[in-house]
Design a protein around this ligand. Structure first.
Ligand code: T1G
Length: 690
């Protein structure tokens, strides 16, 4: 047939095997020969049944995402499945690995599904801003029931075979050789005789109470977080209940095409590839072996140290936490236990899983106890002298080849590495608080960091479910450096005439989970106050609030009031009066400040700093910056990240407004970066830099 599709006939069963590495994505190179193979199976009288299997590590993992946005090539996936459903001989999908998206939809076009016990099936299109576009929202409800289908497709999470068998999503689990057992299964069905009903003809599970279904929709889409696709999934699944099959199928395709062509989906597909691209690091090819990590050490049992220890334990790695004294150690480990207990109470993990994770975490006050760790991550006070002391001690104690990592959020890693005799083993692992929750991990590459140490950091990130981005050494690396570029303007906008709630609303309208003033109230104004003091900086309004003990939510007041322990921010006349007074002291005549100005004076400096970061090589590519901001700071997924958004918003427009605000304020953060000017002139975007 072709180099991607083979066709063999064994004892009346046509075995069609797809081979399109790495994940058998259903690109045109696969669809065309597969269509021919299915026609052959349909028309050849010697064929009594059909088995579709895949070579490599997985069954079809979906449509080829890289084809979206390009002119569609026939045959389409729906054409393939329609052909499959025209075959009145038993058709069986032999599933291993992850049958996802269009792959699972193709399997649903078969009469039966036989799977390996370790396989998973799912419809994750919602993660790409899409809905299934080849019948998934119409066939799956018929197979497993509308509510079960709704939960799977809105969450986008695959299910394992135990659940899939119980729901009826697969018909049999293979005990041994998948292909042989799928062929035997097909022979059984031939022996039983027809007819062989397709899923499209089965409607018994659609008899559900629509009010109950609508209630399930409300529950399932609660976490849509402003994304459209989850809501559209619900609409399509509801159509499967209320409409004839073909009408629901046609409506599904219309919705899929509308979503595929949306900026929201383009943003989410950009992030899919950007996240994977970020793991491709210059000088760290696939031939560079990571060092094995069996045991880790963490220095410091505070909020960050405890969170990092949990992240490691959650990834199955045993951890020994070092603190300066027993009391601090007990306090830190006690906090870890409390957080795990909270997860059990909320039903996030079982009590057994809590015990399993806790069993991987131990404590010590003696550096010598860390000697045989494969990696140690320090999370001590953010002060260079303290870091240097810790690394000197580690240099004396740790076995040769151990990786020495700093969780510093902005200090010079090269200076830290120079404290040791082994700078090549030193790397930055910048976790984001809470470290056991936030997915971003900035891997800071020092001048001397060895390639296999970077490979080790990347492998560790994958093992503990983090999203890694390798960054260079500068103050704040990527995320915090861009945040600093925005931060000064937050206060200046208040002095200019905006209120905290006006600024925060512009952010939440944009899609951020919360605005900068709600965020600093949540994090604690005292944290940033100490940071400013360490840098000799001031912020007239925030400093005054701190001097008054108004540290934010934890103090019941900050930029907002939090009455009776509520977390709901209320505007506070004290803050309004303070802003007016400070503006008067500074001779600033306050005026109306519009939403556009707020966006220009906060988001544009970030993008400008991002351009500088690319120019300096601190980030290897613009999409790495998008990955940082979406996974570490809550930048709205639907906007694809600051650099993706800037390219679509118009870089020339951004440069023009930066010029304006640079003229008005004279501030460096508004002076357009040369790269930004160049892109504005050429009309290219950041993606043109690839
Ligand atoms: N299309 C194109 N390339 C893909 C791909 C896909 N569907 N899935 C993976 N890749 C590439 C990926 O970019 C990487 O490339 C390599 O394969 C290994 O991926 C009509 C419309 C399958 C669980 O959303 O979840 O079907 O970096 O590093 O960690 O209704 O890939 O090596 O060059 O992620 O082992 C629906 C997406 C599509 C599944 C494997 N399907 N993929 O994880 O490897 S839309 C998905 C994954 C659709 C239909 C709709 C994962 C994986 P490179 P990887 P992994």
């Amino acid at each position: 047939m072709s180099d991607t599709v083979s066709f063999t006939l064994e004892n009346g069963v046509a075995l069609i095997v797809l081979d399109n590495p790495p994940v058998n994505a259903l690109g045109h190179a696969l669809r065309a020969p597969l269509f021919a193979a299915l026609e052959k199976a349909r028309d050849d009288e010697a064929v009594e049944a059909v088995v579709i299997a895949c070579a490599g590590r997985t069954f079809i993992a979906g449509a080829d995402i890289s084809e979206f946005g390009k002119p569609p090539l026939e045959p389409s996936l729906p054409d393939l499945i329609a052909l499959l459903e025209s075959i009145d001989k038993p058709t069986v999908a032999a599933i291993h690995g992850t049958a996802l998206g269009g792959g699972f939809e193709l399997a649903l076009g078969c009469h039966y599904r036989v799977a390996e016990k370790s396989a998973k099936v799912g419809l994750p299109e919602v993660n790409l801003g899409l809905i299934p576009g080849a019948g998934g929202t119409v066939r799956l409800p018929r197979l497993i029931g509308p509510e079960a289908a709704l939960g799977m497709i809105v969450s986008g999470k695959p299910i394992g075979m135990e659940k899939a068998l119980a729901l009826g999503a697969v018909d049999r689990l293979a005990e041994g050789d998948l292909r042989a057992e799928a062929i035997a299964f097909a022979r059984e069905k031939v022996a039983q005789g027809g007819p062989y009903p397709h899923i499209r003809e089965r409607a018994e599970k659609l008899a559900v109470d629509l009010d109950a279904f609508d209630a399930a929709v409300a529950e399932a889409t609660k976490k849509a977080r402003g994304l459209t696709a989850p809501l559209k999934v619900a609409e399509a699944v509801r159509n499967a209940i209320t409409m004839p099959f073909d009408d629901a199928l046609a409506r599904e395709r219309d919705i899929f095409i509308e979503r595929r062509d949306s900026t929201e989906s383009a943003a989410q597909r950009h992030l899919f590839f950007a996240t994977r691209e970020a793991t491709k690091v210059a000088g760290v090819g696939r031939d560079v072996e990571p060092r094995p990590i069996r045991k880790a050490g963490v220095i410091g049992a505070g909020t960050m140290g405890g969170g990092i220890a949990m992240a490691l334990a959650n990834g199955g790695i045993s951890v020994i936490v070092l603190e300066m004294n027993e009391e601090a150690l007990a306090r830190g480990l006690g906090q870890v236990e409390k957080i795990y207990s909270g997860s059990v109470t909320r039903g996030s993990i079982s009590a057994a899983e809590k015990e399993a994770r806790l069993s991987r975490i131990s404590g010590t006050t003696d550096y010598a106890a860390l000697a045989d760790c494969d990696i140690v991550i320090e999370a001590v006070f953010e002060e260079m002298g303290v870091k240097r002391q810790v690394f000197s001690a580690l240099d004396r104690v740790m076995k040769p080849g151990a990786v020495l990592a700093s969780n510093t959020s902005y200090l010079d890693l090269n200076e830290i590495a120079a404290t040791t005799e082994r700078p090549q083993d030193v790397v930055g692992l910048h976790f984001f608080s809470p470290a056991h929750v936030m997915r971003l991990l900035e891997i800071v590459r020092g001048e001397r960091t060895a390639a296999d140490v970077l490979a080790t950091a990347l492998a560790l990130a994958r093992a503990i479910g983090k999203v890694p981005v390798v960054v260079g050494v500068c103050n704040g690396f990527v995320g915090n450096r861009m945040l600093a570029a925005r931060r000064d303007e937050n206060e200046d906008l208040l002095l200019s005439g905006a209120t905290p709630e006006q600024v925060d609303k512009v952010f939440t309208d944009f899609g951020w989970p919360m605005g900068p003033f709600q965020m600093v109230d949540l994090a604690g104004l005292d944290i940033s106050w100490k940071h400013r003091q360490s840098l000799g900086l001031s912020a007239p309004i925030a400093d005054t609030l701190c001097e008054a003990g108004r540290f934010g939510q934890k103090a019941g007041r900050g930029f907002y009031l939090y009455e009776d322990g509520s977390r709901a921010p209320k505007p506070d006349p004290f803050v309004t009066e303070l802003i007016e007074r400070k503006a008067a002291e500074l001779g600033i005549e306050r005026r109306a400040v519009g939403a556009e100005e707020i966006t220009e004076r906060t988001l544009y400096p970030m993008i400008n700093e991002g351009a500088r970061i690319i120019e300096e090589g601190i980030a290897a590519r613009a999409s790495d910056i998008d990955v940082v901001w979406v996974n570490g700071y809550g930048f709205p997924v639907a906007k694809g990240g600051p650099m993706f958004w800037a390219e679509r918003h118009g870089i020339d427009r951004i440069v023009d407004r930066l010029e304006h605000w640079h003229g008005v304020t004279g501030k460096e953060v508004f002076k357009p970066a040369p790269l930004l000017r160049q892109l504005a002139l050429t009309g290219g975007g950041f993606s043109s830099l690839a």
